[in-house]
Design a protein around this ligand. Sequence first.
Ligand code: PMP
Length: 419
Amino acid sequence: MPRLSPVLKQATPVTAVRGEGLYLYDAAGRRHLDFTSGVGVTSTGHCHPRVVEAVREQAGRLIHGQYTTVLHEPLLTLTERLGEVLPEGLDTLFYANSGSEAVEAALRLARQATGRPNAVVFDGGFHGRTIGAASLTTAGSRFRARTGPLMPGVAVAPFPHAFDLGLDGPAAVEHALQGLDRVLATTSAPDETAAFIVEPVLGEGGYVPAPDGFLAGLRERADRYGIVLVLDEVQCGFGRTGRFWAHEYETGAATPDILVTAKGLASGFPLSAIAARADLMSLARPGSHGGTYGGNAVACSAALATLDVIRDEKLVANAAEQGARLARGLHTVAERTPAVADVRGRGLMLGSEFRRPDGSPDPDTAGRAQQAAAELGLLLLTCGVWGNTVRMIPALTVTGDQIDEALALWSKAVAASVR
Ligand code: PMP
């Protein structure tokens, strides 16, 4: 009998048959509190009634239009509606299906627009698993191992990992920007660099927010050298951090030239997009890029319903409020647990990093805590370069009671896992 490829590694033992809000249900009827959201995708919770209704309605009308053959209404309406949430000026959109594809579309556009070959990425970043996107990924060698040769023309500059470096925010930023200047001087000359590609909050790389000043430093260098600034907000965007876009936390200028979004955009339907200024997007050669499924009609209708729900239920404000509640509880657990060395993140994108007494990364305890939580009915994922951070990324609809339920289970799971 055919089986699933072992390349897929399940983080939990659950086979889901139904989802509702913050909960998944298995065949035995057991309820699991889902603080993974399908890796940050089901932003409005599982099967939000308004998303379900929009999808049902659209599926009965038109499933597939194919945007290089015919246009269709959900695609045009979504393009218009995204104007309500996109940074000013980023008014031209291209759609694909996944984060990886959107990142590659951003790189192709940056190359076409500048005529330059290289990309500079930032250590610990995750941008996807296709060969191009994996070439831009430095969140763990496991994402690259034995699949090369990867794409040439990628230089890696430091990310301001304040905790890792033992530096405060401004010192970490200075360290990283000096490292970037060195990369531009030693490895990828500015006039050969098409793009800086960066996550405002590292996702797979360990839930590390860029301290204030870093994105402004990138913006300043991008302007100085005519380099395209690409912000990958696939995981941290769309309300996740308690602001609509994570780069809004930067107090300096940080508007990207290309913004990449996916995951939470369509509540579980495969849809991604890049947004850019019209003058930049117009430098792409017509017909040089596209796709069969990008901007699928049902996925676009799910995205439209997602936008409605985020607005009507004030989910960005909820992410900020419930995120603060979750952060407080995680800090309380960390205070009584020496193995939890750091708690960080923004909004509903929070990680607890585990270290051994000698300061070395502790993926074993992190893994045990994640598994113990799953046994107790709380689904979580790990992340981080060493796999030693447990992340919490619940739907933006999470309530205070559900945060408290998760914290009680997390507290038990941690206590059972520390040796
Ligand atoms: N960029 C970021 C920041 C991501 O977190 C991810 C997925 N974890 C991707 C890109 C790739 O997205 P996908 O898996 O949809 O290709």
